[in-house]
Design a protein around this ligand. Structure first.
Ligand code: APR
Length: 385
């Protein structure tokens, strides 16, 4: 059972890769542990940068997102000193995001992949990959099995097995911050992405769809999601978003609450033998700057080009440079994401070190408010990869 490219994981990384390869006539097999319903309903990110939209458009994968996605080019920092609004779509390179829920993108990508004649098996958990031979071992409802690929793409997310087959320790960081990620069945409360900076902790507001809004609340690392009742969530959001000074939130039933620990992990190399890592498997990034899905699409495109060059014209250059091409971009995103984390979270307490960090944060916001150059820099990094 020899397949040309075995792709582990049907998230944005695996599905974009599979789609581009299928469009170029390459044999592919995607193995996904969960069911189709599960991956198509899992709400995650939603902000796509210009590069992602370009890749999806060029490869005929942007139908849904061009139809239903909404352009978004403003963000607001709300503090005790007022609001700072950045029209980032008109700053820097003049680029905006397209907001399109990730589960809708995944749904589109599954459909087009199957249309392109791609093979996709749900309910198959890969247990181990041999990078030297390209053998992928898995378990499904029939028991254990294996397939061999000339190439194997590890697109199995931040907690997958494929990255363990690549030697070298990833560079990791626990940012020491946890968020309660909330989805509310309610229209957005504000026109823009809003980051509320408050002594009790960060609170965030992000549009998703006409009747769905994403909120984040900074919480204790050991908090149980169930301890956050709807009432407690809306009270904390209201307080940190200072609704008394602005306008009330448009509340609705909370449909998801999940604790996210802000952590990063970047593999030291993205390739070993026949195995190539892409997406969260290559680099887990905190959601503070909405880079995860965009990095996944970036890597998938480079990898697809590299593999096609080898298979269609025996040209190994792009594939050989895969790590070298992607890692600097991944690190730029990590750096910006880290910068955002520092901006959004001031630790509580009155010891002098904490006071120092809080004042640094204020100075950073002042600089963003006053300096056009700083705003341009922010905009370029916020939307770009
Ligand atoms: N075998 C098969 N499939 C697996 C295995 C396994 N052992 N382990 C994980 N998977 C599947 C998961 O079920 C999931 O569907 O791999 C897929 C990985 O998808 P994502 O986690 O979405 O990762 P990726 O495609 O890299 O996209 C990353 O999407 O939601 C964002 O925060 C995420 O923004 C990041 C981006």
């Amino acid at each position: 059972d020899q397949v040309r490219v075995v792709i582990v994981g049907a998230g944005p990384a695996g599905l974009v890769l599979g789609n581009i390869l299928r469009a170029r006539g390459v044999d592919t097999l995607v193995l996904e542990r969960n069911s189709r319903e599960y991956v198509q309903n899992r709400a995650r990110a939603g902000f796509l940068g210009v590069h992602s939209v370009r890749v999806l458009t060029e490869h005929g994968l942007a139908g849904g997102l061009l139809r239903a996605g909404r352009s978004h080019g403003t963000c607001v920092f709300r503090t005790g000193e007022g609001e700072l609004t950045l029209y980032y779509g008109q700053l820097g390179r003049g680029e905006s995001h397209v907001v399109y829920p990730q589960q809708d993108l995944v749904t589109d990508l599954v459909a087009s992949y199957l249309d392109r004649g791609g093979e996709l098996r749900f309910g198959v958990a890969v247990t181990d990959v041999d990078p030297a031979t390209g053998t992928v071992r898995y378990r499904d409802s029939f028991g254990a099995g294996e397939v061999t690929g000339r190439f194997v793409a590890g697109c199995d997310g931040g907690h997958g097995v494929t990255r363990q087959a690549v030697p070298g320790r990833p560079a990791t960081r626990d940012h020491g911050v946890s968020w309660l990620a909330v989805l509310a069945a309610a229209p957005q409360s504000m026109a823009a992405v809003t980051y509320a900076l408050h002594d009790r902790g960060f609170a965030g507001h992000m549009a998703r769809g006409p009747q769905v809004t994403r909120y984040y609340l900074q919480v204790q690392a050991d908090d149980e999601p169930s301890a956050w009742t709807e009432e407690r969530i809306w009270t904390a959001l209201g307080e940190r978003m200072r609704v008394g000074e602005y306008w009330p939130l448009r509340t609705g039933p909370v449909t998801e609450r999940r604790i996210v620990h802000l952590r990063s992990a970047v593999a030291s190399r993205l390739q070993h033998g026949r195995l190539f890592l892409a997406g969260d498997a290559a680099s887990l990034i905190s959601p503070s700057a909405a880079k995860g899905a965009n990095l996944a699409i970036m890597a998938a495109e480079v990898l697809a080009r590299g593999i096609t060059d080898v298979l269609t014209r025996d040209d190994e250059r792009v594939l050989a440079a895969y790590s070298r091409t992607c890692l600097p971009r991944i690190w730029r995103a990590q750096e910006f994401s880290h910068w955002m984390i520092e901006l959004l979270h001031a630790p509580a307490g009155d010891d002098p070190d904490i006071g120092f960090r809080r004042s640094l944060r204020r100075a950073r916001l002042d600089s963003l408010r006053d300096s056009r150059a700083h705003q341009d820099f922010f905009a370029e990094n916020y939307v770009g990869i």
